[in-house]
Design a protein around this ligand. Structure first.
Ligand SMILES: *Cc1c(COP(=O)(O)O)cnc(C)c1O
Length: 371
């Protein structure tokens, strides 16, 4: 039996009866832009993350973008972030002309190595974007301490980590801005693209709200240059139906991770994900194993042949991407990011996975490792 990396159909069938009548009602109303459902979602997600304000936006990428816009970070400015993340983290920095400055990762957690941040700070540095990769908090208090000392803004990329905690505090509400994505494969996914910025400062929240709607307040009066970064009411409705289930789904992911950890105990050339002592709640958007001895690609291909979904997040670290060639980085600059790109493999972790599916995945990986 084949096993997909992610199966969203089961989740959908569990909420369909609740959702469809409400969708029909919204279609009948023909009210799709912002409005009460978006506001309700903003309040609920902000509360869920332990933050004061939520500003619904069109994607996680746009959440990062609009936070940078609110701080007027552009040409001549530098933003420090990790070399090992999804492209959007650094792409947002470049979009209005600022320069990403990369830092290597801590090999145990795959998150930014906080011990290497300070050496990268220059008079041009304006912000730090730590990423809570795979659903685990980065060492955010350490990042905050460095940022406060050097007067830098912190924008948390929590796109993979809604509900994750750092020493009991929810991510996305710890930095100056916290960015969430509702892309379908995230722990809380909508039916297309969506995102949110969480922040605690009322003036920043107001600025974000104005920027996401063309910098307009009141209507047709523009004192800021914004754009269309709005979240659809239809997506907000889907997310409002899903949100009450999010903790159960996170528990399902944690259970799956614990089961895999047991199934993989003692297996040679395979390292299960480490949970950092400060990461008091890892929500496992991905379950990432590290496969050594140069065997990762063989396991990856072997699983594909057996009909078992797996993926590499991410095969090329950002400093080696073609589009960032002009930044002048080279092979060898960030050895841990480069090693992670060669060794990591994501296995199916979605909450509805059964015990026999987990056993099947683990057996397949073990048999491929013995080859
Ligand atoms: C998904 C993701 C984003 C971008 O979110 P979108 O909603 O797809 O634009 C940014 N950063 C990280 C780490 C992500 O995983």
């Amino acid at each position: 039996m084949s096993i997909p990396l992610l199966d969203l159909k089961q989740q959908y069938s569990s909420i369909q009866d609740e959702l469809l009548p409400q969708l029909a009602e919204m279609c009948a109303s023909q009210q799709f832009i912002l409005g009460p459902k978006v506001e309700e979602l903003e309040a609920k997600i902000a509360a869920y993350c332990g933050g004061a304000f939520g500003i619904g936006v069109s994607s996680g990428s746009d959440a990062l973008q609009i936070a940078l816009m609110a701080e007027q970070i552009g040409p001549g400015d530098e933003v420090i972030t990790t070399a090992y993340t999804f492209f959007a983290t650094a792409g947002a920095v470049c979009r209005y002309g600022a320069t990403p400055v990369f830092v290597d990762i801590d090999p145990a957690t795959f998150n930014i190595d906080v011990n290497q941040i300070e050496a990268k700070i220059t008079p041009k540095t304006k912000a730090i974007i730590p990423v809570h990769l795979y659903g685990q908090s980065a060492d955010i208090d350490a990042v905050m301490a460095i940022a406060r000392k050097h007067n830098l803004v912190v924008i948390e990329d929590a796109c993979q980590a809604i509900g994750a905690e750092y020493q009991g505090k929810r991510v996305a509400s710890i930095g100056d801005y916290g960015c969430l994505s509702f892309f379908p494969s995230k722990n809380l996914g909508c039916f297309g693209d969506g995102g949110m910025v969480i922040c605690n400062d009322p003036a920043k929240a107001e600025k974000l709200r104005i920027l996401r709607n063309h910098g307009m307040a009141p209507q047709y009066h523009h004192h800021l240059i914004g754009s269309n970064f709005r979240l659809d009411a239809l997506q907000a409705l889907v997310l409002l139906v899903k949100l009450p289930h999010l903790d159960d789904w996170a528990s399902g992911r944690q259970k799956n991770a614990a089961d895999y950890n047991e199934l993989f105990a003692g297996v040679e050339n395979l390292t299960v994900p480490a949970v950092a002592p400060y990461a008091s709640r890892h929500v496992f958007n991905q379950y990432i194993v590290r496969i050594g001895a140069g065997k990762r690609d063989a396991v990856w291909n072997g699983l594909k042949e057996m009909g078992i979904g797996s993926a590499v997040y991410y095969p090329i670290p950002l400093h080696l991407q073609e589009c960032f060639k002009e930044l002048g980085y080279k092979q060898g600059d960030f050895p841990e990011s480069e090693r992670a790109a060669n060794e990591t493999l994501a296995l199916p972790i979605f909450p509805e996975l059964t015990m026999s599916q987990k056993e099947q995945v683990a057996e397949a990986v073990k048999s491929l490792l013995k080859k």
